[in-house]
Write a protein that binds this ligand. Structure first.
Ligand code: GTP
Ligand code: MG
Length: 203
């Protein structure tokens, strides 16, 4: 898929105020600092479309971007950031949960996992939440440039094996790097295919 346009639409913390256009939507979620906003910029070939930071907790709202006037991409706040106050964390959880439960046009969620890490409780719990709410998701391994290729393959094979202790089937997965654009074409082709598959539902 060629990116002809990528435009920021709005930020908010209330699912009922999200854009009303009936377009297929893709959400990016994962631990704080895992690379959600960077991945969005890499895929869209824009440096600063989504705001990134070396410090966790940068993205704090539901951010909608309209791509090719055809679909939405959504950058979400990360979970698991210890420095966010308990009260704020609860509010985050509330609006993120609501977003996932109520956003009807959400066709696929990308759960981002740092390629270097073993399965962590918070990610497994989030995937379970998606499963329980029948929300389709893919796993995206990020920051692949931080590992050599043999270590990377070993780590991902081991991650998937461990995931099978919790899931009967593995979701589709991608290996990406926002530094060297690894995985870009595969990722965009996947979205293109899903857009085609769901087109009839969005007429
Ligand atoms: P929050 O909005 O705080 O939840 O974080 P986020 O998941 O959006 O992460 P963000 O994209 O802001 O990136 C966090 C840090 O990781 C930044 O310093 C990025 O430069 C770095 N980073 C993101 N992706 C990659 C990657 O593929 N490779 C490398 N080496 N660094 C990355
Ligand atoms: Mg972010």
């Amino acid at each position: 898929m060629k990116i002809k346009s990528a435009a920021f639409v709005m930020s908010n913390s209330n699912v009922t105020k999200c854009p009303k256009d009936r377009l297929p939507e893709y959400a990016f979620i994962g631990r704080s600092n895992v690379g959600k906003s960077s991945l969005i910029n890499m895929l869209m070939e824009r440096k600063d479309l989504a705001k990134t930071s070396g410090k966790p907790g940068k993205t704090q709202l539901i951010n909608h971007f309209k791509i090719n006037d055809q679909w939405f991409l959504v950058d979400l706040p990360g979970y698991g950031y210890a420095k966010v106050s308990k009260k704020k964390r609860t509010i985050f959880q509330y609006f993120i949960e609501n977003y996932f439960k109520e956003r009807e046009q959400l066709v696929c969620t990308f759960v981002l996992i740092d390629s270097r890490h073993d399965p962590q409780k918070i990610d497994l719990e989030f995937m379970r939440f998606l499963g329980e709410n029948k929300i389709p998701f893919c796993i995206v391994f990020t920051k692949a440039d931080k590992l050599g290729s043999s270590k990377l393959n070993k780590q991902i094979t081991s991650y998937k094996k461990k995931l099978l202790n919790h899931w009967e089937e593995l979701p589709m997965s991608f290996i990406t790097s926002s530094v060297n654009s690894l995985g870009k074409d595969e990722f965009l082709n996947f979205i293109d295919q899903v857009n085609t598959d769901v087109a009839a539902d969005f007429k």
